[in-house]
Design a protein around this ligand. Sequence first.
Ligand code: IDP
Length: 166
Amino acid sequence: YDDFLMQRADDAHCTLALVKPDVAQDEQAVATIIGRITARGYTIKDRVEITLSRAQASAFYAEHSDRPFFEGLVAFMSSGPTVALLLEGDDVVRGWRMMVGPTSPATARQQMPQSIRALLGDDGPRNAVHGSDSAESAQRELGFFFHPRIQAEVEEEPPTPAETAV
Ligand code: IDP
C-alpha cells in the first residue's frame, strides 16, 4: 500500500469510510451503504472488518481525547465489528462526507434527510458511519486500517484484572 497511499491519498481521490459498530452487523444496512457508494460512481478498492480494541479506538480518535464524549466514543467503537472501506473516486473525500451528513443524526434528519446518518444513525456517538474530513486525514486513517505495519504499531492495553482472572 505504500505506493498506492502515497500517490493517491494526497489528492482527495481516495478516502476512508467506516461502517461503525451500531450498523456493521446489519447486513442490509451495509448493503444499502455500499449500494449508495457505487451508485454515486465511487469504487470500493478494499474492505476489511475489524473489532477495534480500546487502544486502537483511542488512537484512531486521539484528537478528541479531551472531549467529554471521548470515553463513550471509545467504548462504542470497541463494542463490536467495524467495516472499513477504501473508497476511490473523483473528489471522494468531500463527496463521501456529503453522503454521510452532519455528525448528529438528529441534525442530519432535520438538515440532510437523504444522508446516511439521517437514515441509519441513532444518537451520540452511534451515528452509523465515518468519513475522513480531509485528504490528509484520509491518508493517515487509510494507513490505520489498511496498512498492516501501522496497524501493528498501535500498542495494546494490558488486559484488565477481570480478563486475566481464571
Ligand atoms: P465527524 O465524525 O462528523 O467528523 P467528529 O467531530 O470528528 O465528527 O467526532 C467524531 C465522532 O465522535 C462522531 O462521529 C461521533 O461518533 C462522536 N461524537 C462527536 N460529537 C459528539 C457528541 O457531542 N456526543 C457524542 N458523540 C459525539
